[in-house]
Design a protein. Sequence first.
Length: 265
Amino acid sequence: MIFDFRLRPPFKGFKNLSIFNPVCNSAGPMALRGTHTASAHEKSMELFFQEMKEAGVEKGVVMARNIGNKAASVSNEDVKELAEMYPDVVIPFGGVDLSSGVFAALKELETCMSYGFRGVALEPGWNDPARLPDDAVFYPIYAMCEQAELPVVLTVSLYQGPTLEYSNPVHIQNIANDFPRLQIVVAHACYPWIPQIFNVAMLHPNIWLIPDLYMHNPMTPGREMYQNGCRWMNCDRIIFGSAYPCYDIRDAVEDLKNYHFNKEE
């Protein structure tokens, strides 16, 4: 069974995101993939599930997006509704934002837990103001998730924050050191800090990586490092995520095959 950890289906608030308007990768430096993703262009859930089936993907994680810019957010209520409609396919993760303060964020986290979400997602670099992942303001969230055994997804890469410092894996390492029982999933895998994040993940068994579109796209600078890094870690704690609609689910599965990992890896 193929499990996709990073899906943004064409459902309610997701359809208003910039990645659908126009469809991500339809133009620009990463335009190699995504242009034939009919479900994204037509914003069709029916086609979305058809493309999942064609790719051999049976289930996937759908995360709410709760950031300072509400126009670019997707509510926890939308994700809850989607998961209730498709419980055999959608694994729901909530979204928590610190822009309105720690108290409001903790209340939102409590709501996510009451919804039965399987994890929560944060985007520190898109916080208002932008913050580093290990900023002390996030620590009450991390502590509560660690206690509840709820994994935290941190989206960290070159687009997350005003400078590359916001994607530096050292900040992820600091969190892993301070919360050793917290399962930390790093979406975008701190690109472009590829060797550094693999070293950090090697040292900390509570860190999981989703390289998603940076690993899939053959045009990504340094892409070959992912193959070396995965093999170095025996592909342990490396998670597949298509990053749909920024990448066609079917292409993501096919491109992963080009790494020629064996069954053990």
